[in-house]
Unconditional design. Structure first.
Length: 90
């Protein structure tokens, strides 16, 4: 979203430049053009939030996989115990 606003701002400022140049042709020579602003060196806030969310979801996935494996082992143990009980009763 900030990049979109920056693009819109730059686009609008470029539209205004010809009108200013027509009013005063010496204005460009008198004032140097401002340097374009540099993007932040690190990841943006959106990218950091995305990375944080991905890390959280991966840890949740690992925890759920662990719980699923434990539930499967528990279920298999109960089935084996029930089979053994059925055999002993026959």
């Amino acid at each position: 979203m900030p990049r979109l606003l920056l693009s819109l701002t730059l686009g609008l400022s470029l539209l205004a430049v010809p009108a200013v140049a027509q009013e005063s042709p010496l204005s460009e020579a008198a004032e140097p053009a401002p340097a374009p602003s540099q993007p932040p060196a690190g990841p943006s806030a959106l990218e950091r939030a995305y990375q944080k969310e991905v890390a959280f979801l991966l840890s949740e996935r690992a925890a759920l996989q662990t719980r699923l494996d434990a539930a499967k082992r528990d279920g298999e143990g109960r089935v084996d115990a029930a089979r053994a009980e059925v055999e002993s009763l026959q």
